[in-house]
Design a protein around this ligand. Structure first.
Ligand code: SAJ
Length: 449
């Protein structure tokens, strides 16, 4: 049930018609498009020439189910305009990246600070400013609000300021944008109310009001919860390998318990959120965040473990086919991808790495080897490593693979293939989290990551 509005005497107008949205990336573009189709006039701002060029030709700048249809409809409605600089609006939404500074493991807030400074000249009394980017707790109050105050307007009195974190799952962004519950974390209760009012334009989930710092903490806690749980699954996999149990069977049985739900082990945790956000809590309270830091370390060590399992199968400079480089299945995103890290490590160790990922564009920068069609990747390979459970790989023609490779060995880091089907075609099948295959029997220490 919606709570009664907590209106302040000097609350700004709740009628927000024109929105200026800074950052047209994974969150900004779908959010801007959905607001446009909900009848708002949206000015989408992004300095990237690549994003500008794509959107000027009516194309979504990344792959996501139904996104192209939504963007086309938004542009055709005339309510989504794309430009490089902000302009005056009723509400401003900041959806820019907050990457990790690799030197310090601290949040790099420079994009948020720049976006805030860019809108200062356009701020008017009664405006609403929303930060959607995931940030360390306290950022809206201690970093964003002071910059906005440079306009001479007082945040929380003359303008509303709120943190409304996105919580959508890549691969399901459009469904979850509309259906998920939303947090409206205001600098004041009136700010929370103004933000909640704006999102009610399209959000069908509950819109839960709170303060900005709590909203920031909640968002980072959610992703940390997932990271720690994946780390536990990964640790179970390492233990299972050590003691000769098949972790996948063990997890299946454990999950029969009504209060147990173990996640899936894999080659590590990637993406721009879950591999990053837990560090915001470690930074906020280094002495207390012991489990969180350890979980990050466990997950970050998984690519090295996969390469150790590969080394037990075949030595460099053997040609190896690495299937999948995205951070998870059915996306085109390689940011912080553990599969990409496996490819880098295997290349460093001297393997002739053949990369294949049908979701990734050939011109993607930073790949350690060129992307190949599946037949080229498999031809004469001495081992296959399945790193991402894309449907295309789960449905791979095993006869074709058997005919192309030089040695029939496959390491499945996602437990995604039908083991029996591959074994029936003569493959030695090794699975992450399960004991070594016959092909690895000459190796004394299968888990020495
Ligand atoms: N992973 C595993 N085993 C699992 C689940 C995930 O190894 O059982 C790995 C994936 O392969 C991937 C990584 O974890 O490398 C993260 O994938 P994900 O699907 O768990 O999450 P993201 O990063 O795509 O999206 C997350 C979501 N957060 C939560 O589920 C708590 C999403 O709701 C957030 O909006 C998003 O982060 C974000 O933008 O913060």
């Amino acid at each position: 049930m919606r709570r009664q509005p907590l209106l302040h005497r000097d609350a700004p107008s709740l009628k927000m018609q024109t929105l200026c949205l800074l950052g047209l990336g994974y969150i900004g573009l779908p959010t801007g498009s959905i607001f446009a189709l909900a009848g708002k006039d949206v000015i989408g701002v992004d300095p990237s020439p690549r994003v500008q060029a794509a959107l000027r030709s009516g194309l979504a700048s990344f792959d996501e189910p139904e996104l192209q249809t939504l963007v086309t409809a938004a542009i055709n409605s005339g309510r989504l305009r794309v430009q490089t600089q902000p302009e005056a609006a009723d509400a401003f939404i900041i959806a820019v990246p907050t990457p990790l500074d690799p030197a310090t493991n601290r949040a790099d807030l420079s994009y948020v600070e720049r976006a805030a400074r860019d809108i200062v000249p356009f701020l008017r009394r009664g405006n609403l400013v929303i930060l959607e980017s995931t940030v360390p707790p306290g950022t809206t109050r201690d970093v964003l609000a002071p910059i906005l105050a440079e306009s001479g307007l007082v945040p929380g009195r003359d303008i509303c300021v709120a943190h409304c974190p996105e919580r959508v799952l890549p691969g399901r962004i459009l469904v979850e944008l509309e259906q998920n519950d939303r947090l409206a974390g205001g600098l004041t209760p009136a700010c929370a109310e103004a933000a909640a009012d704006l999102y009610s334009a399209f959000c069908k989930g509950a819109i839960v009001r709170t303060d900005a710092t709590t909203a920031e903490m909640v968002k980072v806690m959610e992703n940390t919860f997932r990271d720690v749980n994946v780390a536990l699954a990964n640790e179970f996999a390492l233990i299972a390998e050590r003691i000769g149990v098949d972790v996948w069977e063990a997890i299946r049985l454990a999950n029969h318990h009504p209060r147990v739900s173990v996640l899936r082990p894999g080659p590590g945790v990637g993406g721009h959120c879950i591999a990053v956000d837990p560090w915001f809590l470690v930074d906020a309270a280094p002495d207390e965040a012991r489990l969180i830091r350890t979980a990050r370390t466990v997950n970050d060590a998984m690519p090295e473990h996969v390469v150790a399992r590969l080394a037990a199968l075949v030595s460099p400079p053997a040609p190896v086919a690495l299937l999948g480089i995205t951070y998870k299945a059915e996306v085109d995103d390689v940011r912080e991808s553990p599969a990409l890290r496996v490819a880098e490590l295997a290349t460093e160790r001297g393997y002739a790495v053949r990369l294949c990922d049908p979701h990734v564009k050939a011109q993607t920068p930073g790949l350690p080897a060129p992307l190949l069609p599946i037949e080229h990747a498999l031809r004469d390979a001495e081992a296959i490593v399945l790193l991402v459970d894309h449907r295309a790989f789960q449905e791979l023609d095993v006869d074709l693979a058997a005919a192309l490779v030089a040695r029939k060995r496959i390491l499945d880091a996602r437990n995604a293939i039908d083991r029996r089907a591959w074994q029936a075609r003569g493959f030695e099948v090794s699975v992450l989290g399960a004991g070594p295959s016959a092909a690895e029997h000459n190796v004394a220490e299968p888990t020495n990551a």
